[in-house]
Write a protein that binds this ligand. Structure first.
Ligand code: HEC
Ligand code: HEC
Ligand code: HEC
Ligand code: HEC
Length: 411
């Protein structure tokens, strides 16, 4: 039977310290130390030995009460002993990198590490305390921090609507539609106008003053809108354009709906715009080596016809995903870290009431792969800075509930 089934975790919300289990004999205590979940069942003697080490070595940073005294130092009070021990080993063998931590523990032997982990686990993390402003200080609902990027993009798009249409479906001849376009392509295009690597007298002033956040919101807003087929009549012959389009399918999709993030979809686009853009590559006004070499051999008829072909193809859109709200994110985190970040798994840390700054640092370290953990890396790929900040604030504001682990007989 799996060892986890022989453990029962009880959460106690009352303000008493969780009592570590007393061992019955020395022999049992020694045997326990070899189990992977040994530290949470440390004896009072071991906890006392751990306290002495904490006082001597750890307290100046982590506090003797397990409340850290610096913003980038984690609170240790009530954190699962087995998690703490595993982290100490990780610092010691270099898997987790931090010079000050490594220096602090390099002289400690295995028993000392287990005992000091057991000591910090035995302490409560009070709801409002600590230098980090966050240990339970702010318990607003997660939604209070969320900025809805799609809404923000919609607001910013009012300045674009006169040309591109309210929902990004343009009704002016020769004007590109943006609705349902690939997100990455939209981002690149707006930035290209801003840096003037793509030149257009109307676009330059429209985007000159946008900051990066606004550009991201705008691109997301348009990418999420449902594209409509262009109402404009094409000059060319769509049927004659079909064979020309075989040379384009590899990148733009056979029906003009591209699945490559940096390649625009052409399906349903305004036919005059498609033709103008293709000419722009051909005569070098628009710079892109792949496009330039492909369209070099097309004559004016080919260009009109292929534009008619793509413009008549139904646009799909729908590839862009809305980013998760903090509530949606934290629902995923809670599956492992427990309700409101109170973990009942001895190897998964509680993250409730942990300092906001430390949580931000830890999450960023996983994302940047500075801290190695497959599960956490996969979880956070991709995540934006603002989402990390919101999650850190969310969990810093949650009350820590101490956990007692109880042995139950294995069947
Ligand atoms: C000089 C200050 C300092 C001292 C002394 C110190 N630590 Fe730390 N400790 C830190 C910092 C800073 C971090 C966060 C490092 C990081 O980001 O990886 C940390 C992280 C930890 C962690 C990881 C916690 C988590 O939530 O992942 C544990 C466990 C820990 N320390 C235990 C100890 C113990 C036990 C001692 C004493 C034997 C000790 N530390 C001494 C500064 C210190
Ligand atoms: C005055 C009219 C006008 C306004 C206002 C305007 N645009 Fe444009 N936009 C254009 C024209 C014209 C083009 C095509 C330019 C070209 O050929 O490169 C274009 C092209 C684009 C493209 C590239 C489309 C593609 O398929 O490559 C994007 C993206 C874009 N605009 C976004 C915006 C955003 C975002 C705003 C508002 C902040 C905006 N535009 C405001 C006229 C306008
Ligand atoms: C090797 C891949 C590739 C092939 C093949 C290709 N394209 Fe493109 N195309 C691109 C990329 C990438 C862009 C965006 C370039 C940029 O950022 O300016 C683009 C842009 C365009 C645009 C501008 C769309 C807009 O919204 O501004 C048009 C029009 C276009 N291609 C037409 C064609 C046609 C017609 C063919 C076939 C004759 C073709 N392309 C073949 C990669 C390709
Ligand atoms: C599949 C299980 C799982 C999920 C889902 C998960 N985590 Fe974790 N998390 C872990 C494990 C295991 C660790 C310990 C990793 C290590 O040893 O570095 C961890 C570590 C952490 C830490 C470091 C704690 C400390 O004290 O240093 C933070 C912070 C964290 N997770 C936050 C989150 C957030 C926020 C989410 C949701 C976006 C999340 N986790 C989702 C399993 C998970």
């Amino acid at each position: 039977m799996h060892r986890m089934l022989c453990l029962l975790a009880l959460i106690i919300a009352v303000a008493i310290a969780p009592q570590v289990q007393a061992s019955t004999s020395k022999a049992k205590a020694a045997a326990k130390l070899k189990e992977p979940v040994a530290s949470i069942f440390a004896s009072p003697v071991e906890v006392k030995a751990g306290r002495a080490i904490a006082e001597q070595t750890c307290a100046r940073c982590h506090g003797l009460d397990g409340l850290s005294v610096e913003a980038d130092v984690p609170h240790l009070a009530s954190q699962h002993a087995d998690y703490l021990y595993a982290q100490l080993i990780a610092y010691k063998d270099g898997a987790r990198k931090h010079t000050r931590m490594r220096q602090s523990i390099k002289m400690l032997n295995d028993d000392a590490l287990r005992n000091v982990a057991a000591y910090y686990f035995s302490l409560d993390l009070p709801h409002t305390a600590g230098p980090q402003q966050g240990a339970g200080a702010d318990a607003r609902p997660a939604s209070a921090y969320d900025v809805n990027p799609e809404e923000a993009g919609k607001e910013a798009s009012t300045g674009c609507a006169s040309c591109h249409g309210k929902d990004g479906n343009s009704a002016l001849p020769g004007m590109p539609s943006l609705a349902g376009q690939n997100l990455q392509y939209l981002l690149n295009a707006i930035k290209a106008y801003q840096t003037a690597s793509r030149k257009d007298a109307m676009m330059r002033p429209a985007v000159a003053l946008l900051n990066d956040d606004t550009i991201e919101n705008l691109a997301l807003y348009y990418a999420l809108q449902t594209p409509k087929a262009s109402p404009m009549n094409a000059e060319g012959d769509a049927a004659a354009g079909e064979p020309v389009a075989t040379a384009c399918a590899e990148c733009h999709g056979a029906d003009g709906n591209s699945t490559k993030p940096d390649t625009p979809s052409l399906a349903g686009q305004d036919p005059r715009y498609l033709a103008t853009a293709t000419h722009a590559y051909k005569d070098g006004a628009r710079d892109h080596s792949a496009m330039q070499s492909i369209v070099a051999s097309l004559n004016d008829e080919d260009i009109k016809n292929v534009a008619a072909y793509y413009s008549a193809s139904p646009p799909q859109g729908g590839a862009a995903r809305k980013p998760l709200t903090t509530a949606q994110w934290s629902e995923r985190c809670d599956r492992c870290h427990g309700i409101d970040g109170n973990s009942t798994d001895p190897q998964i840390p509680s993250i409730s009431s942990q300092g906001e700054e430390y949580l931000t640092k830890a999450l960023t370290a996983y994302r940047e792969q500075d801290r190695g953990n497959k599960v956490m890396r996969a979880m956070l790929n991709p995540i934006k800075d603002v989402e990390i900040e919101n999650l850190a604030r969310h969990y810093a504001g949650k009350r820590r509930k101490s956990v007692v682990f109880v042995r139950v007989p294995c069947k």
